[in-house]
Ligand binder design. Structure first.
Ligand SMILES: Nc1ncnc2c1ncn2[C@@H]1O[C@H](COP(=O)(O)OP(=O)(O)O)[C@@H](O)[C@H]1O
Ligand SMILES: [Mg+2]
Length: 236
């Protein structure tokens, strides 16, 4: 496949500023980047540097102050809030540091949520969610509430929930920050496998240990994206 065919997300000259009272904070200065299917991209940088801001624009969570975001060549940054919610639900899986599981729901019910939101029937949602949990090694945890699961297990439920809709893009914000190193390795292996299956996996982290899992690393410092490094020489 050519580079063109792999490119799933492009941000073009995006800038994000926040106004609070009299002051304007530039969270991200003008940035142009693209992200490929089949690759793990790691976005690294110190706290407050603009990593989550960049990820949130890629994930159609916030609009850029200027510039444009393209999904599959389609300019999504001019979509309405409602249309963007649809893009998020259908095309993107999100995985966060704090797992964001719904506490009163079982592991299985948590995984079913995005499918039910999409209007999938309950019986189909049940079947697909069981398969998704089995894939992350939690086939024996369907009925557990989040509080009965370890950190690593909770993050794997969150991964199953992110993947049950079969999104092309998986976005992770500090996915291993709340995990012990053994669980972190399992989660990273899982994410690496998703890229091998052809998904675009984009991970924000300040954990240097994650570098070995990346096909490409982007550094962000004080809102400036730089030093884009590829671990591979296949960008021909
Ligand atoms: N909603 C917001 N309102 C005001 N300032 C914000 C908001 N979100 C982020 N910022 C500021 O933008 C900068 C970058 O934040 P962020 O992208 O969260 O950094 P990181 O994820 O690298 O820690 C920080 O200075 C932060 O305080
Ligand atoms: Mg952040």
């Amino acid at each position: 496949m050519s580079l063109m065919e792999n490119k799933i997300i492009e941000v073009k000259k995006v800038v994000k500023t926040y106004k609070t009272g009299d002051t304007t904070i530039t969270a991200l200065t003008e940035t142009t980047e693209s992200f490929d299917l089949g690759k793990v991209t790691l976005i690294m940088g110190p706290s407050g540097s603009g990593k989550t801001t960049l990820l949130s624009m890629i994930g159609c969570v916030i609009y850029p102050t200027s510039g444009a975001v393209f999904f599959d060549g389609e300019e999504v940054s001019k979509y309405s809030e409602k249309q963007l919610a649809g893009v998020r639900l259908h095309k993107i899986g999100f995985i966060f540091q704090q797992f964001n599981l719904i506490e009163p729901l079982t592991a299985l019910e948590n995984v079913m949520q995005p499918l039910l939101l999409m209007g999938v029937s309950k019986s189909e949602a049940l079947e697909r969610s069981k398969i998704a949990l089995e894939k992350v090694g939690l086939g024996n945890r369907f009925k557990n509430l989040p509080k009965k699961l370890s950190g690593g297990q909770k993050q794997r439920v969150a991964i199953a929930r992110a993947l049950v809709t079969n999104p092309q893009i998986v976005l992770c914000d500090e996915p291993t920050a709340s995990l012990d190193s053994k669980s972190a390795v399992m989660v990273m292996e899982e994410l690496k496998g998703l890229a091998a299956d052809g998904k675009a996996v984009i991970i924000v982290s300040h954990d240097l240990r994650l570098r070995k899992y990346a096909d490409r690393i982007i550094y962000v410092e004080e809102g400036v994206v730089s030093n884009t490094i590829s671990n591979e020489d296949d960008y021909k």
